[in-house]
Design a protein around this ligand. Structure first.
Ligand code: AMP
Length: 433
């Protein structure tokens, strides 16, 4: 059997040159599966997380198509639209598109909340081929007539499940309604809840299904430990942990922006170089924090789930969940930061008494019990422990009772959806970070 290469996938020479310059030697599985289907003009649904190479999987066929049928730029009218849930992800996609498209003429720009409106409107007026956008700002620009979608030939919805979590689904539907019927579309999502499959069936025509990262496979390469610790002792545990030399590049996750700030301040006071990244920071401050972390100047990045979406830093040695997320899917996203580009990684979770039900939800999703590194699994949220396993320090999550109860977080998801869906749209991109 011949080996799959970017050449055998049928990519044009200018793209192959850009791939060589970017040091992409072999297509990742999602690229190998998606590129031929997208090049053939098919719609696609991809079950894949950040870190799998999905950006190039949709960007390469997009660039190839735009280049092979060149058209003059038309004021305010992009030919390709990529929707991303967060500013970080949008910027990262733009970087990839620019890197991969360096030898073709396609022009791209980003529109997103949190930065001035004027330059984005100007860029649109000059004409772009590829528009990368967060949903709220895109709708604002459409309303103010700085963007028109009636010439879009190629549409990508990235991280669709996160869009749903962030209450963007109504915005997405509005945007999709403005797209021409005749177009090629691709949807990517790390998970496939019912709402996303139904959105996909509205959006896509006879799509090719590509799946590369079931949650189980992704977390397999990651060592996962849990520390049962009182909320008040988490900070001390964190600083003790970070004193270890093997903690070379660490992302610490908190649930709230305020929590991220508090943890970062505590670390800095304890003599540990740390930066916080979340939506209350300006775009410039966020980019600075990220580049200090990337360069190693700051060893620790304290982040909220949403701000960390799409952050692509290789060689993150540890992810520490200072607080467990409400959504178990977010846990999978978080720990995925530490096992990128084929590396294995370590994820450490701090679990206070009231977080035990969250731990149970996570273990049920990942089907991987965490190794107990400190404290003991209590009964709260875990059901009774069989007597033979008491005090033996075993991987207690493997017990039947730990995951045998029905999950019931419907009310929580409902509240979140109502909260998110009901907020005025202009605030959304601000929240989206
Ligand atoms: P993504 O899932 O698109 O966020 O990509 C994850 C990371 O993998 C990014 O740093 C890409 O630059 C990198 N990457 C994507 N495709 C390849 C490839 N074929 N070879 C090497 N690195 C890649």
């Amino acid at each position: 059997m011949t080996e799959t290469t970017f050449t055998t996938l049928g990519l044009a020479e200018p793209l192959l040159r850009a791939l060589t310059a970017a040091n992409y030697t072999t297509p990742t599985p999602i690229q190998a599966q998606s590129i031929p289907a997208l090049n053939a003009g098919r719609d696609m649904i991809g079950l894949a997380q950040t870190g799998t190479g999905k950006t190039a999987a949709f960007a390469l066929p997009m660039l190839q198509r735009l280049e092979s049928v060149r058209q003059p730029l038309v004021r305010n009218c992009p030919r390709a639209l990529i929707l991303a849930p967060t500013r970080e992800l949008a910027l990262q996609i733009d970087q990839s598109v620019k890197a991969l498209g360096r030898h073709v003429r396609a022009r791209s720009t980003v529109v997103m909340g949190g930065v001035g409106f004027g330059n984005q409107a100007k860029a649109m007026a000059a004409g772009v081929d590829i528009l990368i956008a967060t949903p709220g700002r895109l709708l604002d620009l459409i309303e103010s007539r700085h963007v028109r979608l009636d010439r879009v030939e190629y549409f990508v919805l990235d991280e669709a499940d996160r869009m749903l979590d962030m209450g963007f689904i109504r915005d997405i539907k509005k945007i999709v309604a403005l797209l021409p019927r005749e177009r090629q579309s691709a949807l990517f999502s790390a998970t496939m809840p019912e709402a996303i499959s139904s959105l996909a069936s509205d959006l896509l025509k006879d799509p090719v299904h590509v799946s590369v990262t079931p949650a189980k496979v992704t977390v397999d390469r990651i060592e996962q430990h849990v520390y049962f610790v009182d909320a008040g002792n988490k900070r001390t545990l964190l600083t003790d942990m970070l004193a270890k030399p093997e903690m070379k590049r660490v992302i610490v996750f908190t649930r709230t922006k305020h929590g991220a700030d508090k943890v970062a301040v505590h670390l800095v006071k304890s003599g540990i170089r740390a930066e916080a990244i979340h939506g209350n920071k300006s775009q410039g401050a966020r980019q600075r924090a990220l580049s200090q972390f990337k360069s190693g100047e700051a060893r620790v990045l304290v982040a909220t789930d949403i701000a960390a979406r799409g952050i692509d830093v290789t060689e993150v040695t540890h992810v520490i969940n200072f607080e467990l997320p409400h959504e178990p899917e977010s846990y999978v996203h978080r720990i995925g930061r530490t096992a990128r580009a084929g590396h294995s990684g370590i994820a450490l979770s701090f679990c206070a008494g009231d977080e035990r039900p969250l731990l149970r939800d996570i273990e049920r999703l990942t089907k991987t019990p965490m190794i107990v590194a400190m404290g003991e699994r209590g009964t709260a949220g875990f059901g009774p422990r069989p007597p033979q396993q008491r005090n033996n320090g075993q991987r207690q999550g493997e017990r039947q009772g730990d995951r045998g109860q029905p999950r019931n977080n419907n009310n929580r998801s409902q509240q979140r959806r109502q909260g998110a869906g009901g907020a005025p749209r202009r605030n959304r991109d601000a929240r989206a970070a």
